[in-house]
Design a protein around this ligand. Structure first.
Ligand SMILES: NC(=O)c1ccc[n+]([C@@H]2O[C@H](COP(=O)([O-])OP(=O)(O)OC[C@H]3O[C@@H](n4cnc5c(N)ncnc54)[C@H](O)[C@@H]3O)[C@@H](O)[C@H]2O)c1
Length: 332
């Protein structure tokens, strides 16, 4: 599991261990902390094998592939900030596409042909009609989204070149929440870009106020609508995809979202209700590239993977708050 110490990776490592798998985490800890591994141990009683290193290091990968009996790779590692990707696109292409290429080349050499890739709803054309199905037009509007689509296209090429490949592409919508124990959660090293960590950091007093980027969109309350999904539901999605790939070859794409839209204002109202905290807000200008609404159609994952998101927006806020309250400064 590349990037297995990160936010989504750590919750997925736990889900896999709970299901009886023996995951190996490869992480360079550039955007995570070893405390996430300690958190997994606290919850599960044991942790995964952890190897500190770079996904782009093919000799390290080959060492891992020859030392352990690896049959699948879950590829989480990469950079994930839309804003940063616009400021430094080359870093994003090199990290997200370059490292994925090394990984795939080394997997091919080692004859490991099952991979699950962390893609994103940012691959969709923001002008497409919502909800997005897996067949909705793609047209990412920032380098981050391009890197995700680029890796998807590489995976398409690979799967067409050799039918033995088993490829799962998971297009995540907006992952939020944390394990209810509060031992693992989202701990962005820089100022977060996503709404939920910003809401919770304002609630806990780390930030003075929360900026709302536009309240004049063509939505019922004027703020943007997104499809938030609990990270535990997402983690279970990986397990379901892995089980599916044990029985199916070829390339498969699944949206992982709930299919329910929540506006920025609704999320803030729910967070106020759940936390009881004062969350000061200020309306500011729209951000370039924000679409009014991005919601998944998750029917394909539901029918093919028998995967059903279980958590409500209230659960997502409560679990994220529980993590934030217990760890106001993150893992530090
Ligand atoms: N969180 C989201 O909102 C979201 C939404 C859609 C898709 N995704 C994708 O899901 C994946 C996981 O996201 P996350 O939120 O858990 O991010 P994260 O930053 O918490 O996790 C990524 C992990 O990868 C590690 N890493 C980064 N570069 C590495 C490298 N070269 N070698 C080894 N390890 C490296 C980091 O240290 C971190 O532990 C990413 O690919 C991201 O683009 C995330």
């Amino acid at each position: 599991m590349t990037g297995g110490a990160g936010y989504i990776g750590s919750h997925s490592v736990l889900a896999l261990m709970e299901a009886g798998y023996d995951p190996i985490v490869l992480d360079d800890f550039s955007n995570s902390s070893k405390e996430s591994i300690s958190g997994i141990k606290k919850i599960y009683g044991a942790g995964p094998v952890v190897i500190e290193g770079d996904t782009g290091n093919s000799s390290l990968l080959m060492d891992i592939f020859s030392s352990y009996d690896v049959n699948s790779v879950l590829h989480f590692s990469g950079l994930k900030s839309v804003e940063e990707s616009m400021a430094d696109p080359l870093r994003y292409y090199s990290e997200n596409v370059g490292s994925s290429l090394s990984l795939l080349r080394t997997m091919q050499e080692a004859n490991i042909q099952t991979i699950i890739f962390s893609s994103s709803a940012t691959v969709y054309d923001p002008e497409s009609q919502v909800p997005y199905t897996e067949n909705s037009p793609t047209n990412p509007i920032n380098p981050y989204g391009h890197t995700k689509l680029c890796v998807e296209q590489i995976l398409h090429g690979l799967a067409s070149s050799n039918p033995e490949w088993k490829v799962g592409i998971l297009r995540y919508f907006n992952p939020v929440g944390a394990h209810p124990s509060g031992h693992i959660g989202e701990d962005p090293k820089q100022k977060p870009n996503n709404l939920m960590p910003l809401v919770m950091q304002t609630a806990v007093g780390r930030m003075e106020k929360l900026l709302i980027y536009g309240d004049d969109y063509d939505t019922p309350d004027g703020t943007c609508i997104r499809d938030y999904i609990h990270v535990l539901d997402l983690a279970r999605g990986h397990l379901s995809a892995l089980t599916y790939l044990e029985r199916h070859q070829g390339l498969h794409i699944w949206n992982l979202g709930t299919g329910k839209g929540t506006s920025v204002q609704e999320l803030i109202d729910k967070a106020r209700e759940v936390t009881g905290a004062v969350i000061n807000t200020e309306i500011t200008f729209r951000r370039l590239g924000d679409s009014p609404e991005a919601v998944a159609d998750p029917k394909k994952a539901k029918s093919e993977l028998s995967w059903h998101p279980e958590y409500s927006i209230g659960n997502m806020c409560a679990d994220h708050w529980n993590w934030q309250r217990q760890n106001p400064d993150g893992y530090q």
